[in-house]
Design a protein around this ligand. Structure first.
Ligand code: ZN
Length: 334
């Protein structure tokens, strides 16, 4: 727990102790017990068309934490949009303590183009904290940080695999921080791991401000994956419940979240067509053959073997691989 977080929570607690006030954002006042859809102006396109950041503010009847849920920071990662829709539907009629800021499509530009990046190929998740006078990506990052993150005590950022890779539903977070660990355990994903902060990421920028952030990775880009969405929706609801915002939440899954100590990609030693004999979540033993690489006529040119005992965390779904490509991600369990 950092000093800055203690200070912020202290301020928040005293502000809410006597009266529960309206929530102010983008020059709007959202009264307790109401929900509002807002559009924050982001930029103008060369056509003069204005582009907005859509968000829902749900301000509870009672004081409590302020939590953001975001998805589509990478414009082609769609599972989180559906998770947010289902979380909003599940909580629509509930008495909420605190405030929920739901931002289903952060990278509006990438989403429109079905691309991970912005039109100038910049990665929004490497553009934080951004600047009000920078590139499009930099300005978007700055807007998100100042309008959303700065108002929040906690955050959940929803992602999927990229580059034809699918991920086992997993939480990546700073698990050395007790509050972040508590939230990660409440989420109840099949696995969780401590992930290094990447310069320029939303998670790094929020962490620097003392705000615990969970990053949920599940499924693959440009798809709605039912299991990933169901686990993500239940996980978000459990976190909100653990923060005292909801009175009930879905039960924890039968098997507790496993801690992944380290993860390593099995890379192709030869170019070829990959035929995998493993799937996400499989338990594997060191040196197990997880798939073969073959030429177009079926002659085997290589085998993909597990580097250690563990669980399959990620898979390449495109069978065409070049030497050196990352094909199967294996995580070593605690
Ligand atoms: Zn992503």
């Amino acid at each position: 727990m950092t000093a800055s977080r203690d200070k912020r929570e202290g301020k928040r607690g005293s502000a809410n102790a006597s009266t529960h006030q309206a929530f102010e954002i983008a020059r709007e006042r959202i009264e307790p017990g109401t929900s509002r859809e807002l559009d924050l102006p982001v930029a103008r396109l060369p056509t003069r068309t204005s582009v907005d950041l859509p968000l829902v503010v749900r301000h509870g009847t009672r004081p409590g934490p302020c939590v953001w849920i975001s998805s589509c920071v990478h414009g082609d990662e769609l599972n989180g949009i559906e998770i947010i829709r289902q979380v909003l539907a599940a909580t629509a009629k509930l008495d909420l303590a605190g405030t929920l800021l739901a931002v289903p499509v952060v990278n509006v530009f990438g989403f429109i183009h079905q691309s991970r990046y912005l039109p100038d190929r910049r990665d929004l998740n490497r553009s934080f904290p951004g600047s009000p006078r920078g590139s499009l990506a930099s300005r978007m990052a700055h807007l998100f940080l100042t309008e959303i993150v700065a108002r929040c005590s906690h955050g959940i950022d929803l992602h999927t695999g990229s580059n034809d890779r699918a991920n086992l539903p997993q939480i990546r977070a700073d698990l050395d921080d007790p509050e972040t660990l508590r939230c990660a355990e409440a989420f109840g994903a099949p696995v969780m791991m401590s992930a290094k902060l990447r310069d320029g990421s939303l998670r790094a920028a929020a962490t620097k401000r003392g705000i615990p952030v969970l990053l949920y990775e599940a499924g693959e880009a440009l798809r709605f994956d039912d299991d990933s969405i169901a686990m993500g929706t239940a996980g978000v609801l459990r976190v909100l419940h653990s923060l005292g915002m909801l009175e009930s939440a879905p039960e924890q899954p039968a098997s507790a979240t496993r801690l992944v100590e380290k993860a390593s990609w099995v890379r192709a030693r030869r170019s070829g067509l990959a035929r995998l004999s493993t799937k996400l979540g499989d338990r594997v033993a060191k040196d197990d053959v997880l798939g073969i690489l073959a030429d177009p006529f079926g002659s085997t040119v290589g085998r993909l073997r597990a580097p250690f005992d563990g669980v399959v965390l990620g898979l390449l779904n495109n069978p065409v691989v070049n030497r050196g490509d990352a094909v199967i991600n294996v995580g070593q369990l605690d």
